[in-house]
Design a protein around this ligand. Structure first.
Ligand SMILES: N[C@@H](CCC(=O)N[C@@H](CS)C(=O)NCC(=O)O)C(=O)O
Length: 224
């Protein structure tokens, strides 16, 4: 188990990460997946809109720099923006490639996952218009844009089960989480003819730490 360690009064203390987000998957789940994969101790601080959120916002720029969650606290360091949190953890725990080009590609893919997640957020809703947008998405961008993109990127990386390089990066979990949200929550969105993306999705889900987390009580998996 990895910890953030500090020395206080001659004694070694362990400090777990604190992760601030709603009690939802949303933009937070990718970070929780990554912390689990990295076997890091963390506390889920579930922020509620009418209680903790206003008081965190009152702390100003040092806490929620843009007035939004997610926020990761690592000791006295606080970081916002989901993709930046993913890249920080990837780089701090040594899964971010050291080659600058591969590192930049990894970041680009975390942002690509974020774009896909945003496309998914935009079609959620209970009204008829939202339902219509969902079927347009399933018929259109889901396969033609997103699955085709991940398929091409996996092939380009040598079909080795990772998006960048020869081992797992934070991008794989960012992408996995957005794929998982869509296939579970958008009716009709499957992997269709994209067998490569499907087997990639399954192989990430089968990683021991991820598989354990996915069935644990800790997971917010049943909520959007
Ligand atoms: N680009 C930011 C977007 C953050 C964001 O919009 N967070 C939402 C929750 S998912 C939020 O805090 N909204 C503020 C509000 O609802 O007042 C990120 O990726 O972290």
């Amino acid at each position: 188990m990895g910890f953030c360690r500090s020395i206080a009064e001659g004694k070694e203390m362990t400090m777990a990460y604190r992760f601030f987000y709603w009690a939802l998957r949303g933009r937070g789940e990718q970070v929780r997946l990554l912390l689990n994969e990295l076997e890091q101790d963390y506390e889920d601080v579930f922020v509620s809109k009418d209680r903790e959120f206003p008081s965190l916002k009152r702390e100003g720029a040092a806490t929620l720099a843009f007035g939004s969650v997610p926020m990761l606290q690592d000791g006295d360091f606080k970081l916002v923006q989901g993709p930046a949190i993913m890249n920080y953890l990837g780089s701090k725990h040594g899964i971010m490639p050291s080659d600058p080009r591969l590192a930049a590609k990894t970041e680009a893919m975390v942002l690509g996952a974020e774009d896909m997640r945003m496309a998914y957020f935009r079609i959620l809703g209970k009204d008829e218009r939202a339902a219509e947008k969902r079927s347009q998405f399933v018929e259109g961008d889901w396969g033609k844009r997103w699955l085709a993109a991940w398929d091409g990127l996996l092939e380009l990386n040598g079909d080795n089960g990772y998006l960048v390089g020869t081992s797992l990066t934070q991008a794989d979990l960012a992408v996995w989480d957005a794929l998982d949200a869509i296939v579970n929550w958008i009716e009709g969105a499957g992997f269709e003819k994209f067998a490569r993306v499907e087997s990639y999705y399954e192989s990430i889900a089968a990683r021991p730490a991820i598989a354990e987390y996915l069935v644990s009580d800790r997971r917010i998996g049943k909520k959007l």
